[in-house]
Ligand binder design. Structure first.
Ligand SMILES: [Zn+2]
Length: 330
């Protein structure tokens, strides 16, 4: 039996636990609802149960795993292994998740931001398997990102680096969930598209969406995409904006990081990428500097919902091989 590792993707709606070896072979996987509105304690208990069930599928118990990693959304203190409140995680007020997991399971534990984990997963096992320098962007409800340098996550001084969705691409542009204006997330994410549709209707600038909005109360990215495909000009305009400003952001990532690959994933990209990705690539090629542009490839993410947990498996491998500090030494 090879050494096995556990990883849990902690989401606002779902928990996904996998048990895998360091080559990324998944031997057990369980998905359960997280019921995050119940607060941290019941969610942590469910995380452990879900991991136990995944370990059972692999023929071991969770305490026989070499280590466990958790990929979490929201604001984290990676130095001390703490999870703070986020829209997806109500009531998490500096929960010492690393300490709790390692005490209850009696194995080492590691915490990572979910988008950083997904970036590492795509780098080690997914679309960017043969790359050393990679930028990952997930376009879904929000826009998350991760930066891979020499096959490691770039964390910055406190672990807060890589918030690529909050790159400001439109000065004084639409309001973002983070409180600023004109972040990429405010224009190209599911939430951004939805808010922007409402805003344009309220200003009388999108008469073509007013009727649909009145009927449904709110428009999500899928509904705006359906309207755009049916020829609705106002819906089309929203995706033109998303493509334009995504292209601006991509050009900036190319100029700053000189990556070999930019991997794009997430629900909005999967569902509506045909409406804005080509435009984004054209803008990127127009704006980025020639030298780094020669080396960069745009690819779709290859691992789907497994990118985060598989990235945690890779991070645990680095940790036990001493190539990554354990949480308290970050
Ligand atoms: Zn923002």
């Amino acid at each position: 039996m090879p050494d096995l590792y556990g990883a849990i993707d902690l989401g606002g709606t779902k928990l996904r636990a996998i048990v895998a070896d360091l080559d990324g072979n998944v031997l057990g996987e369980i998905i359960r609802p997280s019921e995050a509105d119940e607060g941290p304690e019941p969610v942590i208990a469910r995380m452990i149960e879900t991991l136990e069930a995944a370990a059972g599928k692999a023929g071991v118990s969770a305490s026989q795993l070499r280590a466990v990693g958790v990929a979490s959304p929201g604001a984290l203190d990676l130095v001390h292994g703490l999870v703070f409140e986020a829209p997806q995680l109500p009531g998490w007020d500096g929960v010492p998740l690393v300490e709790i997991m390692s005490k209850r399971l009696r194995i080492p534990a590691l915490l990572e931001n979910d988008a950083n984990a997904a970036a590492l997963g795509e780098n080690r096992f997914g679309a960017g398997r043969d790359t050393r320098f990679l930028v990952y962007l997930t376009i879904s409800t929000g826009v998350g990102g991760g930066i891979i340098i020499e096959r490691k996550v770039y964390h910055g001084v406190s672990g807060a680096a890589g918030e690529l969705g909050h790159m400001v691409v439109w000065f004084n542009g639409p309001r973002c969930l983070c409180g600023e204006r004109g972040c990429l997330e405010a224009i190209a994410s599911g939430t951004g598209l939805s808010w922007r549709a409402k805003e344009l209707v309220e200003r009388g600038e999108a008469p073509g969406l007013a009727n649909i909005l009145r009927e449904k109360g709110e428009l999500d990215a899928d509904e705006i995409a359906d309207a755009a495909r049916a020829g609705n000009k106002d819906a089309r305009r929203l995706f033109d904006e998303a493509g334009l400003y995504l292209g601006v952001a991509l050009a900036n990532y190319v100029n700053i990081f000189n990556p070999e690959m930019i991997v794009l994933g997430g629900g909005v990209l999967t569902g509506a990428g045909d409406l804005f990705l080509e435009h984004a690539e054209r803008i990127m090629r127009q704006l980025a500097r020639k030298e780094p542009l020669k080396y960069v490839r745009l690819e779709r993410a290859a691992l789907g919902d497994r990118s985060g947990p598989l990235g945690m498996i890779a991070a645990l491998g680095d940790m036990v091989h001493g190539e990554r500090p354990t949480q308290r030494e970050v």
